[in-house]
Design a protein around this ligand. Structure first.
Ligand SMILES: *Cc1c(COP(=O)(O)O)cnc(C)c1O
Length: 402
């Protein structure tokens, strides 16, 4: 596969400038709030009372929608949900106390015993654990497929109830052809769910390409400051209603008003942060690609896969593989600006060696034939000065070779 240069990367997408402009303006304003504050208030209350018997009855009968109790609706959380629905082009969104809260609630609301999920290999590690450890207890089975191979995915649809995508995937950043897979799934009556945490709704709007439900770990770029754990799911009013009436209200993984407020605050700068993460990550990925000790780069901008076409940009998270001359543990310890830690999407640069993180999921490689190289290293490129980050990496690579 021919490699593309970063100057040929997603920044050349014809829809990109319009999208960044439209989102920047949308995120600067909140409208129709009582007293017209520029920032929505934090409704730190568990309970909303009724003025009369009739008021209560109208709400409970479904004739009026208003907050009743914060395990259901809370106005600050609703502001966040409204914002995400606008960004995704969705009829409705539902926020959760974590990305996994959103993923587990979505999967369990839509599936029943006897169903099969067709999931792409390299789904996020806890999504994989949910699929391996919890779904079998409900009589739901999961099959894994190489999502880059559209024909293989389509072949797997005949036995599936749900197609679970993540484009790009975790750790190795494999892409999927969303319009093609979503259309095939629809033809088979299979509901398509996609984890869009990497691209954010700024750089990829899966619902516009036929996906039914789009999920985010809002803990990543949406929050953007490594101070909040949250999740959100968006789609048609009917599907969100199905989640609302089952797993959302009964599992109780609701988002807190303060965290919704932090997420609304994080969103304000999303269109400023993303291009900076993107540009710095492209500089570093391109230099690593040319480094003699680096054998492989996993970054969507360096891929020719048709899954690129729905991405209007790339972000700060990618991985690379070092050759056997590099002592991985010593390389990791020699880094000073990249802190060793999971998660990503905040202001800070982070590094995760696959060699250590795969201990978390010992069944990952064997069971799902995921084949993540132990020489793979994932970077999150933060908002620091890119030349300082590069010096740190280059020094550690040169110093810690065998
Ligand atoms: C972090 C992450 C999640 C889980 O989100 P939490 O907010 O940590 O529960 C899901 N999917 C992807 C791709 C992630 O990176």
């Amino acid at each position: 596969m021919a490699e593309l240069t970063p100057s040929f990367a997603m920044s050349a997408h014809p829809d990109r400038a319009r999208r960044l402009a439209e989102v920047a303006t949308l995120l600067a304003h909140d409208e129709n709030l009582p007293f017209d504050p520029v920032v929505p208030p934090i409704y730190q209350t568990s309970l909303f009372t009724f003025r009369s018997y009739r008021d209560m009855e109208e709400t409970f009968s479904g004739r009026a929608r208003r907050p009743v109790y914060s395990r259901g609706d809370n106005p600050t959380v609703m502001e966040f949900e409204k914002r995400i629905a606008q960004l995704e082009g969705a009829e409705a969104s539902r926020a959760f106390s974590s990305g996994m809260g959103a993923i587990s609630a979505t999967v369990l609301a839509l599936l029943r015993a006897g169903d099969r999920v067709l999931a792409v290999r390299h789904v996020y590690s806890d999504t994989f654990r949910l699929f391996q450890r919890l779904l079998p207890k409900f009589g739901i089975a999961v099959d894994y497929v190489d999502g880059t191979d559209a024909e293989a995915v389509i072949r797997g649809l005949s036995t599936a109830r749900m197609l679970f995508l993540e484009s790009p995937t975790s750790m190795v950043f494999d892409l999927q052809d969303l319009p093609k897979l979503a259309a095939a799934a629809r033809a088979h009556g299979v509901v398509t769910v996609l984890d869009n945490s990497w691209a954010t709704p700024v750089f990829q709007q899966p619902l516009l390409h036929g996906v039914d439900l789009v999920l985010h770990s809002a803990s990543k770029y949406i929050g953007g400051h490594s101070d909040t754990v949250a999740g959100v799911v968006s789609g048609s009013a009917a599907l969100i209603q199905q989640i609302n009436q089952t797993t959302y209200s009964m599992f109780g993984a609701k988002l807190s008003p303060f965290e919704a407020w932090l997420l609304l605050r994080g969103l304000r700068t999303l269109t400023l942060r993303l291009p900076r993460h993107e540009a710095s990550a492209l500089v570093i990925a391109d230099r690593l690609r040319q480094h003699p000790m680096v054998s492989r780069i996993h970054h969507p901008a360096f891929s020719n896969h048709p899954g690129r076409e729905t991405l209007l940009g790339s972000t700060g998270l990618f991985s690379f593989e070092v050759d056997e001359r590099v002592d991985v543990p010593r390389f990791i310890d020699a880094l000073q600006l990249f802190r060793i830690g999971v998660s990503w999407g905040g202001h800070e640069s982070l590094v995760v060696p696959a060699m250590a993180s795969l201990h978390q999921t010992p069944d990952y490689n064997a069971l799902a034939r995921f084949s993540v190289s132990p020489r793979l290293i994932r970077l999150h490129v933060g908002l620091e000065d890119v030349e300082s980050l590069w010096s740190d990496l280059e020094r550690a690579l040169t110093q810690e070779t065998l």
